[in-house]
Design a protein around this ligand. Structure first.
Ligand SMILES: [Zn+2]
Length: 135
């Protein structure tokens, strides 16, 4: 029986849902989809300065898997950068350590359901105004 594929660990979701180039017409069909675990490798290796081995440990994947995800992420960033395409961060085969939500009004990240699914910052107070990032 094949071993069930383990989910990659992602610590914090990104602040944004994606990136848009400016000085170029925004085209809905020209997104590049970056998966959450791809974002995470860029964060760990480039931003946090971890070795790829340490990043692999953090995400609970093998070193070759980490390298593959990381290279894919860099390829997408390069493509978006050169071709002027936007990047949408979504999907993937990952799990957060906590349940994360994003307020639709002020875009604040909120962890956990103990917050009653309300945003304290902009008092929108409407449960519909939070996006569940774990889905
Ligand atoms: Zn808010």
């Amino acid at each position: 029986m094949p071993r069930p594929k383990k989910k990659r660990k992602v610590d914090f979701p990104p602040k944004m849902l994606g990136f848009k180039p400016f000085g170029i017409r925004f085209c809905e069909t020209e997104h590049i989809i970056m998966q959450y675990e791809e974002y995470e490798t860029v964060k760990l290796v480039i931003y946090d300065d971890l070795s790829q081995g340490d990043a692999a440990d953090k995400m609970e994947v093998s070193r070759p898997t980490l390298t593959r995800i990381y290279n894919s992420a860099l390829k997408k960033i390069g493509q978006a950068f050169v071709e002027g395409k936007s990047i949408l961060i979504k999907g993937g085969d990952f799990e957060f350590e906590k349940d994360w939500y994003k307020c639709k009004t002020c875009f604040k990240l909120i962890a956990g359901v103990e917050n009653n699914l309300k945003c304290d910052d902009c008092s929108s107070g409407d449960t519909n105004e939070l996006v569940n990032l774990n889905e």
